[in-house]
Design a protein around this ligand. Structure first.
Ligand code: 16G
Ligand code: ZN
Length: 512
């Protein structure tokens, strides 16, 4: 294996801790930064191979998202800006866990299976595995996804630079908000918690592109606090309270990003000091309602679906199905599952309750919207709706959930509809809910079905959950092994907070 000498020499400078075994999970590799040196090197190799296989630009994102500051992570971005395809997640795991003396074999296996079929070619062509690297420096995760997409579509969707990203999304925001008349400064004002992460820096960089159409007060901008510590979208969603160290006045509209700015949640406190969270479900409801109205006004026959996971609040699902009459689908947790399902519709709105989500428009939908927008014979109402739809297509980052572009769309919708955050919140009332995590000796003994809503093993667990759920009104509960931590997660919702808490606790005991 003479051809691997150089790779092996370099790899030896990034030794794998003996016996360490990590898995490419739903969020790529993620753990304490000290354990990741060899992973970073090897994922560089895998990205090179993936690029050779697809003949396209591949992204490598280094981030630990919403995890604590001492963690790090890495994930690869596929050619259309989507998550790495599952077969290659397995290769990632194999490369990550190969001991040094087995690494050449592991690399060769990927090359043979995926790139070259015949051994002789493997040996003669290896030296030509050079690659052009483009280093973007500090960007949000969704900005990288966007740039990979632009690179591979030759600029059709925008320019593959951070400036190009701002221009595309901010221009669309400015277009959308032209339709909002007489907005007061209060309506334009938004408090943003940047989680002391990259999103804070990027919001500052972007602001001037918005032409004063949004006035942002930025908190947790990284100047003093710790990344994701007592702040950020995950903290706010799980703790159901505002970030520490942020002063918000009653009724003021606020949002929190996570550390790499691919999640967003909104909230406000009322005059009684009560905290109101508007999570991914409320965001999906706002966006899909807006889109459905525009489709009706435009007279466009396009189907629209909302994709959720088992964590979606039961009230949101009922509201979407019964009041809004949109198609609702439920998938397993993890962005790639939701994204994949959303692609099946003309317009697919997908959001996890934790605030990760976006909207996908099929090519046919984009074309129909464009035709109508350009049709000289269409009446004013139709034309206005088509133009609003067109700007919506441009304001949203279709590659992946994006806190910044989601924020722009939400702000634009509230502006166009002249809606306050309280009115948005009042679309439906969340059922009280509780999430708990349980440490067990082996979380893999729990296996689920029906988009994680039912446990098939261990035997008897689902029956136990069913009989606990029957004790409470409007109750629902499920358990699933976490894909990112060594725990089992428990979710419960019910008519009252006391019932949701009690049910979650009882189900946790049944898991042991
Ligand atoms: C990852 C997923 C996120 C999911 C979370 C669940 C991606 C990019 N991220 O962060 O979508 O909600 O895992 O974590 O897919 P859990 O399995 O530990 O509950
Ligand atoms: Zn994230």
């Amino acid at each position: 294996m003479a051809e691997f000498q150089e790779v092996l020499k370099q790899s030896a400078l990034h030794p794998k801790p003996a016996g360490l075994c990590l898995q490419y999970g739903t969020a790529g590799f993620r753990t304490n930064a000290k354990q990741l040196d060899h992973i970073m090197f090897r994922m560089g190799m895998l990205a090179t191979l993936r690029s050779k296989k697809t003949q396209a630009t591949i992204g490598v994102m280094v981030t630990a998202s919403h995890n604590p500051e001492e963690d790090n992570g890495v994930k690869l971005v596929d050619p259309m800006g989507e998550m790495l395809t599952p077969a290659w997640e397995d290769y990632a795991t194999q490369l990550a866990n190969a001991e040094q003396d087995d690494l050449a074999r592991a690399v060769k296996e990927v090359i043979q299976k995926e790139i070259l079929l015949n051994q002789r070619i493997v040996e003669s062509k290896l030296e030509t595995f050079t690659l052009m690297y483009l280093y973007y420096g500090l960007v949000t995760t969704p900005q990288l996804h966007y740039m990979v997409w632009c690179q591979n579509t030759k600029g059709k969707y925008g320019e593959a630079t951070v400036e190009g990203y701002y221009r595309k999304h901010c221009q669309a925001y400015v277009q959308l908000t032209k339709n909002a008349s007489n907005r007061t400064d209060d309506q334009k004002h938004l408090c943003v918690d940047g989680a002391n992460g990259i999103g804070a820096l990027k919001v500052r960089e972007m602001e001037h592109h918005l032409q004063k159409g949004l006035q942002i007060s930025l908190f947790n901008d990284g100047s003093k606090g710790k990344l994701n510590h007592q702040c950020g979208a995950d903290f706010v969603k799980v703790q159901q309270k505002p970030p520490a160290d942020i002063e918000i006045n009653p009724g003021e509209r606020c949002c929190s990003f996570d550390g790499d700015a691919d999640r967003i949640v909104y909230y406000y406190t009322d005059s009684d000091g009560r905290f109101h969270l508007l999570d991914g479900d409320k965001i999906a409801t706002l966006i899909s309602t807006f889109l459905k109205e525009l489709l009706t006004q435009a007279g466009l026959d396009l189907n629209i679906a909302v994709v959720q996971t088992a964590y979606a609040n039961g009230s949101s699902t009922l509201y979407l199905e019964n009041t809004m009459k949109v198609i609702v689908k439920c998938t397993k947790t993890g962005v790639k599952h939701l994204h994949h399902e959303a692609q099946k519709f003309d317009i697919g709105v997908y959001f996890e309750a934790n605030g990760h989500g976006t909207v996908l428009f099929s090519q046919a939908a984009v074309e129909k919207i464009q035709q109508l927008a350009e049709d000289a014979n269409s009446d004013d109402t139709k034309k206005r709706a088509a133009l609003l739809l067109q700007s919506t297509v441009n304001v949203i980052n279709q590659t992946v959930g994006d806190a910044i572009s989601d924020m722009l769309l939400i702000e634009a919708i509230l502006a166009v509809r002249g809606m306050t955050v309280q009115q948005w919140d009042a679309m439906y009332t969340d059922l009280p809910n509780r999430q708990l995590k349980v440490k067990v000796s082996d979380r893999r003994v729990i296996d689920t079905t029906d988009a994680e809503r039912r446990a098939v093993s261990p035997a008897g667990l689902q029956d136990a959950i069913d009989s606990l759920v029957k004790k409470y009104r409007q109750a629902r509960s499920f358990v699933r092994p976490s894909g990112t931590e060594d725990v089992v997660r428990v979710y419960a919702e019910a008519e009252t907070q006391e019932s949701a808490d009690a049910l979650a606790h009882e189900v946790s005991l049944a898991v042991y």
